[in-house]
Ligand binder design. Structure first.
Ligand SMILES: Cc1cc2nc3c(=O)[nH]c(=O)nc-3n(C[C@H](O)[C@H](O)[C@H](O)COP(=O)(O)OP(=O)(O)OC[C@H]3O[C@@H](n4cnc5c(N)ncnc54)[C@H](O)[C@@H]3O)c2cc1C
Length: 207
């Protein structure tokens, strides 16, 4: 019986598990499976560029300070010229390491939760063949926007129906696709803005 079961190995789950661990709770963190990861947003973020506090220069400046102290001029030049992508996967990997190193009361497991039921004492969660009990549950399984269907041009200039996911395009900063996820920068390309709305058609007339 856990105090808390946190479902989802993304940014939301990472924040929740850290706080649960720091509060000394007996916690279970369910990361998800290969299948759920592919659907998650964290998986697709290759470069976090708009979160205050997450910038490579923050770490670099601290490292350079140490290198200066020990007069490591050559190493400073190497570091200054290096570029580090800070993506979600690095943050999650780091959270897993922090938990594994400092919080034995937290169990981390891979797997997909397929069933969740309220019980007299809290919740029962099914992962594979196992039913696990917890007093409370944090659902941080993310949300998925509708993936628009788009065409891809191959090297011969022909249009293909192949891409199932728009994320690779978003990562290449060619398509602005989701205002809710801060939008994306575009580099002198023609830009398509794709989206959907619950507004009735007649409300949109004249726009
Ligand atoms: C291309 C792209 C670029 C982005 N860029 C930025 C950016 O620069 N800055 C920024 O702030 N945000 C950015 N975002 C948004 C950011 O990635 C999301 O807001 C964030 O990842 C959401 O975190 P989350 O933990 O809620 O969900 P997710 O990251 O979707 O994680 C969900 C987790 O739940 C797991 N899961 C799902 N179902 C189950 C289940 N049944 N059982 C167990 N586990 C399950 C998945 O495996 C996954 O680990 C971007 C998003 C995209 C797609």
């Amino acid at each position: 019986m856990y105090n808390i079961i946190i479902i989802g190995g993304g940014i939301g789950g990472s924040a929740a598990v850290l706080r649960a661990a720091q509060n000394g709770m007996q916690a279970l963190w369910v990361l998800g499976s290969k299948k759920t990861r592919k659907r998650s947003r964290s998986h697709w973020v290759k470069n976090l560029d708009n979160i205050v506090g997450f910038h490579e220069d923050i770490i670099k400046s601290q490292a350079i300070k140490t290198l200066k102290k020990y007069k490591q001029e050559e190493a400073i030049t190497f570091l200054e010229n290096e570029h580090y992508h800070i993506n979600n996967r690095i943050l999650i990997k780091n959270t897993i390491q922090r938990i594994e190193m400092g919080f034995p009361n937290v169990k981390i497991m891979e797997g997909e939760v397929t069933y969740l039921k309220k019980t007299d004492f809290g919740f029962s969660v099914r992962i594979g063949d196992e039913n696990i009990e917890g007093n409370s549950v944090v659902l941080s399984t993310g949300v998925m926007d509708k993936q628009p269907h788009i065409l891809k041009q191959n090297k011969k200039g022909e249009w293909e129906e192949t891409p199932k996911w728009i994320y690779p395009f978003a990562n290449r900063e060619q398509v602005l696709y989701c205002i809710r996820c801060e939008g994306h920068l575009t580099k002198n390309d023609s830009v398509a803005v794709l989206g959907h709305s619950n507004r009735r058609k007649q409300d949109l007339q004249g726009y």
